[in-house]
Design a binder for this molecule. Structure first.
Ligand SMILES: [Zn+2]
Length: 343
């Protein structure tokens, strides 16, 4: 048999005997029902329903679901978290959890406004693990894109402070994991949440290996992220912040990507793109005042894919951040996934 024919037949046989999970699929989703068990208390905006509704809608959508792989994954270890967070902060969280009891089911962290309950730390560790598994999926070429559907969110958590519903900074943990495990030298983080990701900016402010881009509503919590904040020390020039006025649609973000981020990436040339996929920019959100449409999220995804294809062999890992109207989250995620699937 000719060599090429033998290779073809062997390749076909290998694809046939591999379990479906091992074959290349367009998008890897990282989700666990465990994420529904983080309880921030009655009336808190970070409800389990924000996430459950996304997954219910995806599972009902058969043509989309055929294009998704749902691998299992593990929680981030203490070592993984220590690549981003200070040991004293991890200890403070553990000590806080020890104080919980049936008569005291919730605790607000002394570092900010984050509420934890009995399952919160384990759930948040699993959420960081989901973002890391997304990195595995794209670096091992199981799919070009991955989307970690997680809660609680992460981008407000700094090295030593939980704040704004966030305990561990999942995107930051994933970035450090990609650098350590796969020797990725340059990573772009695109933050599309309505709030500035002060934690992510802070963690990488002095780092020239991670470029942080955020376009967020101003004024709004946590009030950081002014355009003049561009990084510190050797990280100067590796942070880019865009203010968006209340009431704006996605056109401001799309223009900023085109006119400011794309030229900056010609010099930076990221090998991996992580997206802090906050959906509280959606029109009608409970906490945000912007007016992004479902079509707008598809347009944003096309821009990210364009950058990923140009510099990063198509690799993008999306991690859910905010988004406080469950039905809106479901529509926005579907819109993004439809775009990632045809890339
Ligand atoms: Zn947010």
């Amino acid at each position: 048999m000719h060599f090429w024919l033998r290779s073809y037949v062997l390749g076909f046989l290998m694809l046939s005997i591999l379990p479906p999970d091992c074959q290349a699929a367009p998008v890897t989703l990282l989700y666990s029902e465990r994420f529904l068990q983080h309880d921030a208390g009655s009336g808190h905006p970070d409800t389990p329903d924000r996430l459950a509704t996304i997954v219910q809608q995806l599972k009902q959508h058969n043509t989309l679901n055929d294009q998704l792989r749902w691998p299992v994954f593990s929680a981030a270890s203490r070592t993984d978290l220590l690549a981003v967070h200070q040991a004293s902060y991890l200890d403070l969280l553990e000590a806080g959890q020890q104080q919980l009891s049936p008569t005291r089911p919730y605790l607000t962290l002394t570092t900010g406004d984050t509420v934890i309950s009995k399952d919160s730390l384990a759930v948040a560790r699993l959420a960081s693990g989901a973002a890391m598994a997304g990195v595995d999926a794209v670096m091992q070429q199981q799919s070009k894109s991955a989307f970690a559907l997680v809660r609680p969110p992460g981008h407000h958590a700094t090295a030593d402070r939980g704040m704004g519903f966030c305990i561990y900074n999942h995107v930051a943990v994933a970035a450090r994991y990609a650098q350590k495990q796969y020797a990725v030298k340059k990573i772009l983080i695109v933050d599309i949440d309505v709030h500035h990701g002060n934690g992510t900016q802070d963690i990488f402010a002095q780092d020239d290996s991670v470029f942080y881009f955020s376009a967020h509503q101003h004024p709004l919590y946590p009030r950081s992220g002014r355009p003049q904040e561009t990084g510190l020390g050797k990280g100067k020039g590796y942070t880019m912040n865009i203010d968006i006025a209340p009431g704006s649609d996605e056109s401001v973000l799309l223009a900023a990507i085109e006119k400011q981020l794309l030229p900056a990436m010609q010099g930076f040339q990221p090998e991996l793109i992580l997206v802090s996929a906050g959906l509280d920019t959606h029109q009608g959100d409970l906490l945000g005042g912007l007016n992004y449409s479902d079509a707008g999220y598809a347009a944003i995804a096309r821009k990210v894919i364009g950058l990923a294809d140009q510099y990063a062999q198509g690799r993008s890992v999306w991690v859910l951040e905010g988004g406080y109207v469950p039905a809106n989250n479901a529509h926005a995620v579907e819109s993004i996934l439809q775009t990632l699937i045809v890339q």
